[in-house]
Ligand binder design. Structure first.
Ligand code: PMT
Length: 404
């Protein structure tokens, strides 16, 4: 991977050093190009030491002669030698120059000569970020196909809290490597994923829930996004950050999850139900906190709506992937759920043990497919399992079409 990293002049330039390191660690050869303003914030030597490459700062280096002659075409050579241009921080000024084709320094000239994918990671003061001029420039660049890692909300160097903080360098590096190496076989798909637990209230302060962390559902969302899908996640309450670039619809109860899923079903081409939906909710939720005075309290529970079964009835041509969380008879239960809920695939996992299932970073699953195939996937990270689920889903769809 040959990546050119353009560093703009903003306080976040120091984080570009972390980004350079992350790109090098991901196996890239990184050529850094700094604007003159960027060198006011960070010394070129920092980037040279991190990348092992000479850092370019000027279109016409001082001294003239042969050095000037070489530099006259250097921006073309750098454009041709690299597969991806990453700009971080992409300042308001740089985006304005890129949007309008200015070419008055090495980075803006390189931008015009560069024909590969461009990834912008903007960072600036919140007012500058929301200014109509910046929004318009960003819209032009997006329309031209530039990829954007949106800035995060947070406390900014200028003392205000709001949008404008450079995204996490590791995340930008992930996006960069994804652009160069990622498969795009889910491009054109809209994937609706449910994740996390539901909470069923008992009274204003208590609820019934389960141990789902949302890790499996969010891993599916990340894998689908990375392969080019538009992703909608209907998520119960979780403590983990949502993957960037996916639409997250937060819900609390099974009933709210049902409504959100049905609202988005129309758009979806694939539905994946990884959420651990409560099977029961209180017949009557107490309006006031239940007092501790009684020796025993009985809760009367009614079944929640079975969302997977309902989608099974309404799915049309969509591929429907359900999960089965079991503590015994894993494959038998998965086959039963596949049939009774009219799914195309069930991802079955044992729960109640350490290391896989609920809360853990890893999982070990068996895929039970409508074609009758049963595939045991070895233990792996949830991200890896998620990717294999989509591999199988695409193969399954072809097999189901062929069988028609
Ligand atoms: O979130 P993590 O901590 O990463 O944990 C991952 C997980 C263990 C939650 C996940 O891998 C998993 O197994 N999810 C499904 C949990 C579950 O509710 O399984 P179930 O066998 O009870 O339900 C079968 C299927 O019906 C599931 O797809 C479930 O989303 C769905 N369902 C269940 C009840 C209900 N009322 N409506 C539903 O749609």
């Amino acid at each position: 991977m040959n990546i050119v990293l353009g560093v703009g002049g903003g306080i976040a330039a120091y984080k570009a050093a972390e980004l350079a390191r992350a790109l090098v660690q991901a196996g890239a050869r990184v050529q850094v190009v700094m604007t003159r303003a960027a060198t006011e914030f960070v010394q070129p030597l920092t980037f040279a030491a991190l990348t092992g490459q000479k850092v370019i700062t000027d279109l016409f280096p001082a001294g003239g002669g042969e050095a000037a002659l070489a530099s006259a075409v250097e921006h073309i050579a750098v454009a041709q030698q690299n597969e991806l241009l990453v700009v971080a921080p992409a300042t308001a000024d740089l985006m304005a120059k890129f949007a309008h084709g200015a070419a008055d320094d090495f980075l803006s000239t390189l931008h015009l000569a560069f024909t590969g994918p461009i990834l912008l990671a903007p960072a600036m003061n919140s007012n500058m970020w929301t200014h109509p001029a910046t929004r318009a420039n960003l819209a032009i660049l997006r329309e031209r196909g530039c990829h954007v890692v949106e800035p995060e909300e947070g406390f900014l160097a200028c003392g205000v809290t709001g949008p404008g903080r450079l995204a996490d360098p590791e995340h930008i590096a992930g996006e960069a490597t994804r652009l160069l190496t990622g498969r795009k076989d889910l491009d054109g798909e809209t994937i609706l994923i449910t994740a996390g637990p539901t909470e069923e209230p008992i009274d204003p302060v208590r609820f019934i829930s389960n141990r789902s962390s949302g890790k499996m559902g969010y891993a599916l969302a990340t894998a689908a996004r990375d392969r080019g899908a538009r992703v909608i996640v209907v998520s119960g309450p979780v403590q983990i950050p949502a993957p960037a670039g996916v639409t997250v619809i937060p819900v609390r109860t099974a009933s709210e999850m049902r409504d959100a899923v049905l609202r988005h079903l129309e758009d979806a081409t694939i539905v994946v139900k990884a959420a651990a939906v409560a099977d029961f909710h209180l017949a009557r939720v107490a309006q006031q906190k239940i007092k501790k005075t009684a020796a025993r309290v009985s809760l009367e529970l009614d079944p929640t709506p079975d969302i997977l079964s309902e989608i099974g009835r309404k799915k049309g041509d969509r591929l429907l992937i359900g999960f089965a969380a079991e503590t015994q008879d894993l494959k038998q239960e998965a086959k039963r759920k596949l049939e009774s809920k009219n799914c195309d695939m069930i991802v079955a996992n044992m729960v109640g043990q350490q290391g896989t299932g609920f809360e853990s970073d890893d999982n070990e699953v068996t895929l039970v497919l409508r074609t009758g195939e049963v595939v045991d996937l070895p233990r792996g990270s949830k991200r890896d399992i998620a990717s294999q689920i989509f591999d199988r889903a695409l193969q399954l769809r072809l097999a189901l079409y062929a069988a028609r």
